[in-house]
Design a protein around this ligand. Structure first.
Ligand code: BEZ
Length: 213
């Protein structure tokens, strides 16, 4: 196990899941992926996280992103728990939960932090791009539920960077102004890419309306 860093290739694996065996890279296809771990089945915080992720699954689909969860419980346990999630969170979980009993995935992605817990996975999130590169990692403690709207916001930001050479400023939300990446300097290219123009606050801080709006 080595710690995964941004830009690394997301390790491929085959693992059982709530919907049967998954070959990870094949499952992702040529879209984006969000792989996230949670400590255990039938736990309260995780129940709300997976329920909410299911409720906003259409938002992930709009961004061409597949969601896949993982914990160290077995597939039968996952399937029983999904019934509870559906009942209590008023949803229908359709994304898979990997059954990582042998800790194959947890080890590849460094999701067990022994000084926090020797058995349970922490709350990790990996955003993986269509080239299978890791573009975001985050780790939350077991007792803090993650904000899945933030994961969607980061997906929006990464996709804007890839398509329009812009970065997103502090607390940016979809529709707000964005920042032209500092490496872009050619006047002709700037004119072509940003027909709405831009404001040069400083030579390194150039603000433009969100280009895809
Ligand atoms: C959980 O729901 O996963 C959880 C809740 C409190 C502490 C740790 C985990």
């Amino acid at each position: 196990m080595t710690t995964l860093r941004l830009g690394d290739t997301a390790p491929d694996f085959e693992q059982d899941s709530s919907i049967g065996k998954i070959k990870f890279h094949e499952f992702l296809g040529d879209g984006w992926g969000v792989l996230f771990s949670h400590p255990a089945d039938f736990t309260p915080v995780c129940t709300t996280e997976l329920g909410y992720t299911s409720i906003v699954s259409g938002e992930f689909a709009k961004r061409n992103a597949k969601v896949i969860a993982v914990s160290v419980d077995d597939a039968e346990s996952h399937r029983k728990w999904i019934e509870d999630i559906n009942d209590t969170q008023n949803t229908k979980v359709e994304f898979p939960i990997l059954a990582d009993e042998d800790r194959k995935v947890s080890t590849l992605y460094d999701m067990i932090h022994p000084n926090a817990s020797t058995t349970a996975t922490v709350r990790s999130v990996f955003i993986i791009d269509p080239a299978k590169k890791v573009r975001l990692t985050l780790t939350y403690p077991a007792s803090t539920g993650r904000n899945f709207n933030e994961i969607l916001r980061v997906l929006d930001s990464l996709q804007l960077t890839d398509s329009h050479s812009v970065a997103t400023p502090v607390n940016w939300e979809d529709g707000d102004d964005v920042i032209i990446v500092p490496s872009l300097k050619d006047e002709a290219v700037l004119k072509e890419k940003f027909p709405k123009g831009y404001k040069e606050v400083r030579p390194y801080l150039r603000v433009t309306p969100q280009p895809n709006k």
